[in-house]
Design a protein around this ligand. Structure first.
Ligand SMILES: NC(=O)c1ccc[n+]([C@@H]2O[C@H](COP(=O)([O-])OP(=O)(O)OC[C@H]3O[C@@H](n4cnc5c(N)ncnc54)[C@H](O)[C@@H]3O)[C@@H](O)[C@H]2O)c1
Ligand SMILES: O=C(O)C[C@H](O)C(=O)O
Length: 313
C-alpha cells in the first residue's frame, strides 16, 4: 500500500488555530484540516485557501482544507483543539471555564466519532481543566489526551533567561511544572544555560523577577494585545508537540498529563515533564522536589482542582 501523508485536524480557526495550521504546513508535518463553526465556514475556507496559496512561494506541498464538517476530519492522526473563547484584559483564564467546557465537550464528541484513533492535544483554556473535560468526553487512553501549557510557559521562561544573560535561546534549558495559571512553578534548580546552573549566573532577585514574569507571561500579552491572547508562541508549542508525536522523536517536554500517583497526585491533570513520542505521552518523569518546590506545586495543584470542581458541578 502507498505511504499516506499524516492527517492533522486543527479545531478552531481563530488566531491560534490558523497560525498553527500554517506552521504545520510550513513544516510539512501532514495535510491539515481546519475546522470552525458552521457560521464561520466561508471565512475558514478562505483562511485555508489563502494559506494553501502560500505553498508555491514557501515550497510546501501539505494540503490545507477549511471546513465546518467533521466528516472531513475522519481518520485524523492528530487532533488539536483550540476552539473556545480567549480572555481579555482584567479576566483570568478560569473565567472562561463554563463556556469553553461546553465547546470542548461538543468538539470531543465529534473527535470520538470521526477520529477515534487520534492523539488529541488540547489548548483551550483553562487548559488543565479542559484537558480533563476532553479526557472524560473522549474516553481515550490517557497517553492520547495531552494538554499544552508547559512548552509555552517554558519558552517564555527561557526567553527571559536568555535576555537576562544576553545569550542564545538555544543554550537555555529549564522547565515549568504545575498548572497553567499564575502559580505555575518554573523549576529554577533544574534550569541552566550551556549546562551551567542559572543560579550561578544570575542574582537571586533577578531570577525571582524572571519567575514572576513567566507566571504572568500570558497576562502580559493579553494586556498588550487588548482584545485577545497570545497565539504565535502557543502555535509554535503545538507544532513542536505534534512533531514529537508524528516523528516519534521521544522529546522530553512538559505536558499536561493525567497523574495517577506521580508527585503524590491522583486523578489530576497538570503539567509535568514527559516523553512525547509516537505513542503520545510515553512516560512521566517524577523528580525529587525540595519542600519549597513541593509547597509551590501543591498551591498550583489546588488552583487546578478548584477549576476542575467547577466543571464537575
Ligand atoms: N493553553 C495555552 O497555552 C493557550 C495559549 C493560547 C491560547 N489558549 C486558549 O486557546 C483558545 C483559543 O484562543 P485563540 O486566540 O485562538 O481564540 P480565537 O477567538 O481567535 O479563536 C477561537 C476559535 O474557536 C472557534 N470556535 C468556538 N466554538 C467552536 C466550536 N464548537 N467548534 C469549532 N470552533 C469553535 C471560534 O469560532 C474561533 O474561531 C482560548 O481558549 C485561549 O485562551 C491557550
Ligand atoms: O494567557 C492566556 O489567556 C492565553 C494563554 O494561556 C497564554 O498563556 O498565553
Amino acid at each position: 500500500m502507498a505511504i499516506q501523508r499524516k492527517k492533522i485536524t486543527v479545531v478552531g480557526a481563530g488566531f491560534t488555530g490558523a497560525t498553527t495550521a500554517l506552521m504545520l504546513a510550513q513544516k510539512e508535518l501532514g495535510d491539515v484540516v481546519l475546522v470552525d463553526i458552521p457560521q464561520l465556514e466561508n471565512p475558514t475556507k478562505g483562511k485555508a485557501l489563502d494559506m494553501l496559496e502560500a505553498g508555491p512561494v514557501q515550497g510546501f506541498d501539505s494540503s490545507i482544507t477549511g471546513t465546518s464538517s467533521y466528516e472531513d476530519t475522519a481518520g485524523s492522526d492528530i487532533v488539536i483543539i483550540t476552539a473556545g473563547i480567549a480572555r481579555k484584559p482584567g479576566m483570568s483564564r478560569d473565567d472562561l471555564v463554563n463556556t469553553n467546557a461546553g465547546i470542548v465537550k461538543s468538539v470531543c464528541e465529534n473527535v470520538k466519532k470521526y477520529a477515534p484513533d487520534a492523539y488529541v492535544i488540547i489548548l483551550s483554556n483553562p487548559v488543565d481543566a479542559m484537558t480533563y473535560v476532553a479526557y472524560e468526553a473522549l474516553g481515550f487512553p490517557k497517553n492520547r489526551v495531552i494538554g499544552q501549557s508547559g512548552v509555552l510557559d517554558t519558552a517564555r521562561y527561557c526567553t527571559f533567561i536568555a535576555q537576562e544573560l544576553n545569550v542564545s535561546v538555544e543554550d537555555v534549558r529549564g522547565f515549568v511544572l504545575g498548572g497553567h495559571g499564575d502559580d505555575m512553578v518554573p523549576l529554577v534548580r533544574y534550569s541552566n544555560a550551556g549546562g551551567i546552573p542559572i543560579e550561578k549566573l544570575i542574582p537571586a532577585e533577578r531570577i525571582e523577577a524572571i519567575v514572576q514574569r513567566t507566571r504572568t507571561g500570558g497576562g502580559e500579552i493579553v494586556n498588550l494585545l487588548g482584545n485577545g491572547s497570545a497565539y504565535y508562541a502557543p502555535a509554535a508549542s503545538l507544532v513542536q508537540m505534534t512533531e514529537a508525536i508524528l516523528k516519534d522523536k521521544k522529546r522530553i517536554l512538559p505536558v499536561i498529563a493525567l497523574l495517577q500517583g506521580e508527585y503524590g497526585y491522583d486523578n489530576l491533570f497538570m503539567g509535568v515533564p514527559a516523553i512525547l513520542g509516537g505513542d503520545g505521552i510515553e512516560k512521566v518523569f517524577e523528580l525529587e522536589l525540595t519542600d519549597e518546590e513541593k509547597a509551590a506545586l501543591e498551591k498550583s495543584a489546588q488552583s487546578v482542582r478548584n477549576v476542575i470542581q467547577i466543571v464537575k458541578g
